[in-house]
Design a protein around this ligand. Structure first.
Ligand code: SAH
Length: 191
């Protein structure tokens, strides 16, 4: 897992997803060397870079041009340029133009989460994994509902990471925001 400080960061762009959370996302994504991964809302490129180290190809989408250029800098820094296709645009419109993929990561949706999930599901290969990282309460509910509508079973994991900060008096535990990782697998028997 790549350290947070090994990503080039910008105040204008959210991310990277923290190392410990990336770890959980990678755990649920089960990426293999043959897989094509779609990262919706690539931000700083935290999950794009992490996925590109494991997958055949990563397609990274963001509607914010600054996120696309920051992700590009990070994939160059980690020598993964040939593995990643960057697309600037809105997830819903880009999704209609894409071929199929094995893993769909959703880290940003701007209110379109149910549609992104249903449109993404159509292009997700059988045994493909869908993973949504959610910081908002509403997103958790939307994700669970959308997954159930598609006859998949959502798995919901919520974590609150606390990291120790070494001070003169001792190691102070600093809490971070709770984040939910909602995932599902597209089973072959489902239409
Ligand atoms: N996982 C990233 C951080 C994601 S931040 C990392 O590890 O670095 C969420 C991103 O989603 C933002 O950059 C935002 O611009 C993007 N986003 C939000 N809604 C979107 C949409 N509908 N289409 C494309 N990108 C979107």
């Amino acid at each position: 897992m790549i350290k947070d400080e090994d990503f080039i960061q910008s105040k204008e762009v959210p991310g990277p997803t923290k190392e410990e959370v990336r770890c959980l996302v990678m755990c649920k994504a089960h990426i293999s060397k043959e897989d094509v991964v779609l990262d919706v809302g690539c931000g700083t490129g935290g999950l794009t870079v992490e996925s590109a180290q494991r997958a055949q190809e990563v397609i990274a989408i963001d509607k914010n041009p600054e996120a696309i250029s920051l992700t590009q800098r990070n994939i160059i820094k980690h020598k993964l340029l040939e593995k990643v296709r960057l697309i600037e645009g809105d997830a819903l419109s880009v999704l209609t133009e894409l071929a199929s993929f094995d893993v769909l990561l959703v880290g940003g949706s701007s209110g379109d989460l149910p549609q992104i999930i249903s449109r993404g599901y159509e292009k997700l290969n059988y045994n493909g994994r869908l993973i949504i990282t959610s910081i908002l309460l509403e997103t958790r509910v939307e994700a669970v509902e959308a997954i159930k509508k598609l006859n998949m079973t959502p798995e919901v994991v919520e974590v609150t990471i606390a990291k120790g900060k070494v001070t003169d008096r001792g190691t102070m535990m600093m809490g971070r925001n709770p984040i939910a990782i909602i995932s599902a697998v597209k089973k072959a028997s489902h239409p």
